[in-house]
Design a protein around this ligand. Structure first.
Ligand code: PHE
Ligand code: ZN
Ligand code: ZN
Length: 286
């Protein structure tokens, strides 16, 4: 067994020789799947991730790995000694799980011009108030506000399942509905809008970001990477705008139990203003 200093980045593994050994790293900073990949690249025979807060760690690798990976409490982690022989017994249960996307549109709408989306799942052990009940409620509220307005006839509203397991729901939606997706002028994604780590910010397509910020000058910006449900749409060529308030301290933790309705409403109000501006840009481009 070898204690790798740090959280298991590629650089951390470069500082030690983990070949053929069970590597021990700390939780944090990078996804568990990335730690496993780095351990595998370094030639490790197994990986132990030590929790950075009291109690068990219920994480998700998000991908298949041939490496045995185990998570332990800080107490167990602190008792591990460099070079100590360990046996890693990992029992993996593989099976199919069913996920369900919730898709809503006004009766008769077959080619919506835009889509409001957010994920409805959360990770094991985290109740998911901010990640992502907040985004789901934002999408529901947008649907409610669209009723009996011209917006309804042009919108679709989707709550995606399996975001935390690798954007499963949004990837399947994009794959299964190419006709709908190709027609979209914009996709608006809501992930974590119920806690203010930073004031409401947008990321995604630069034209849409610009238009939204002209309409709502208080909007901040952030870099929207490949890690939420906008990504499959973006890859399919749909301009995306992602609303987000930052990763709070309870992110993916048991403490994710609070989301502020006023902040969610604020995101919806801002989104509706931004959507107007964004759509004039999107229509000009299509
Ligand atoms: N999509 C991530 C999650 O659900 C959260 C996230 C949002 C990460 C924005 C980076 C940027 O866990
Ligand atoms: Zn999450
Ligand atoms: Zn999320």
């Amino acid at each position: 067994m070898i204690l790798v200093p740090g959280v298991g980045t590629a650089e951390d593994f470069q500082k030690v020789d983990a070949r053929g050994k069970v590597a021990v790293v700390n939780r944090g900073q990078i996804p568990f799947g990335q730690k496993a990949r780095n351990a595998l690249t370094a030639g490790a025979a197994g990986l132990i991730v030590v929790n950075n807060e009291a109690g068990d760690l219920h994480g998700t690798l998000g991908e298949r790995t041939v490496l045995p990976v185990l998570a332990v409490t800080p107490a167990v982690g602190a008792a591990l000694r460099e070079g100590q022989p360990v046996t890693l017994r990992v029992r993996v249960h593989e099976g199919e799980v069913r996920g369900v996307n919730v898709v809503a549109f006004k009766s008769g709408v077959t080619q919506p011009d835009w889509l409001f989306g957010g994920h409805l799942d959360s990770v094991t052990g985290a109740p998911g108030a901010n990640d992502n009940l907040s985004g789901s409620v934002a999408v529901l509220e947008l649907a409610r506000r669209a009723v009996n307005t011209p917006i309804a006839a042009r919108s679709s509203f989707v709550l995606f399942d399996g975001e935390e397991d690798g954007l499963r729901g949004s990837r399947v939606f994009v794959k299964d509905h190419p006709g709908v997706v190709q027609h979209l002028k914009a996709m608006f994604n809501f992930d974590m809008v119920g806690v203010n780590v930073m004031p409401l910010a947008v990321g995604g397509d630069s034209e849409l970001v610009k238009a939204a910020r002209q309409a709502v000058p208080t909007l901040g910006t952030f870099r929207a990477g490949g890690d939420s449900d906008h990504a499959p749409f973006s890859q399919a060529g749909v301009p995306v705008l992602f609303f987000h308030r930052g990763l709070d301290e309870h992110y993916h933790q048991p403490g994710d139990t609070l989301a502020d309705p006023a902040l969610i409403r604020g995101a919806v109000d801002t989104a509706l203003k931004a959507v107007d501006a964004v759509l004039s840009v999107a229509s000009a481009g299509k």
